[in-house]
Design a protein around this ligand. Sequence first.
Ligand SMILES: Nc1nc2c(ncn2[C@@H]2O[C@H](COP(=O)(O)OP(=O)(O)OP(=O)(O)O)[C@@H](O)[C@H]2O)c(=O)[nH]1
Length: 401
Amino acid sequence: MSSFLHGCRYFILPLLITFIALILIQVTEASWQIWYAIIAQLPYWLLSIAAAMALQFNRSRLACLALLLVAFYMSKQSSAQVFTMVNNHTDELFIGGAIVISWFAFIKDRGLVSSHGILRALGIMIGLGLGFIWLEVIERFQAEIIEKSPVNVTSQTLTLAPIICCLILVFFRAMWRANLVNTAILTTLGIWVFYYFQPDAFPLAVLLSSLAVIYLFTILIDSYFLAYRDELTGLASRRALYNLVLSLGRKYSVAMLDIDHFKKFNDTYGHDVGDQVLKLVAAKMAQVSGGGKVFRYGGEEFTIVFPRKNAQTILDDLEDVRESIEDYSIVLREDKRTKKSNSQAKARRSKSKNAGKKTVSVTISIGVAERHSGESFDQALKRADQALYRAKKRGRNQICI
Ligand SMILES: Nc1nc2c(ncn2[C@@H]2O[C@H](COP(=O)(O)OP(=O)(O)OP(=O)(O)O)[C@@H](O)[C@H]2O)c(=O)[nH]1
């Protein structure tokens, strides 16, 4: 998947959906207002469920955020003495909260019942403390800072400086490392800041319930990808292949693809470069035409299923894939190369393109089988595998039926 598509799927699309959902919630306010007594209880339930699920699926950052938001909601709903103290320091809590949320965008998910849990708790306290420290510093040295500043700053800009920094940092983090968790954290920060400046635009219960739903979707979609996507190549996994098989009709063709002499390639260039090449080759396969669905079967083997197609009609599509991989000059990152080129290896280096940089190329062999009447998927796949074996025997870099 190109980085643009990846960015759209994990960054732009979720933000857009959240934005549209919030607008819809506002537009339909009259219809849900009558349910407000129930809605007011929702954040407790939804955020607790999100926290429990996040812990179950090792998304500890979302779990922490959900629990912190429950505590925040409780402080807003309760009149207990301890919460009155909290509510008297709204500005400090706002800045500290934004720092804590942003910090979560830059750390990894770790088990909470471990030393990491203690570090997380410490980090949260430090983040919240920084909110207090910042406002104290601004109050004391405001005049001095404004006077000495080379650019024109107001006291409000100074107060909000950490928030602006947090928003910029988390925005770029979520954009460059586009994944659903980072986008959920950016959304949390956005809603946190929005609520501070526009507390009456939406009831807090609605905002927090929306966030809980976002967390739940993030966890569910993430787990789906974990189960059905191959982590290295981003292609659908073998499990996804057998899921597709359940919905295949009687007519289909299947192709097995295998990178030629990949063991030698690994031995020559190292496993890291091998991984790099697997990813790039997979990206080329993903562009197959003819309605082919591509899966990483395992190791350096891939499967393409063509529903409703016979073997003859897909040969051109597969030939295009084979050629595009053969012609592909893969630029190696110098530091990843471990050994010099081995003339025995099929991987070829050329300096023609990308002058000054080392390039390699690989070839693939392909075996194709069309489902025969009464045959199971595994039987068709086995025949594709036998055809692949013939392609290897005949000299590789070719297709056999
Ligand atoms: N870098 C890397 N290598 C892998 C991965 N999975 C499998 N391999 C390697 O792929 C190689 C497969 O080697 P073989 O099955 O012997 O076949 P081959 O060398 O490709 O030779 P032919 O298939 O006969 O052309 C092994 O060296 C595996 O270690 C992976 O995820 N990353």
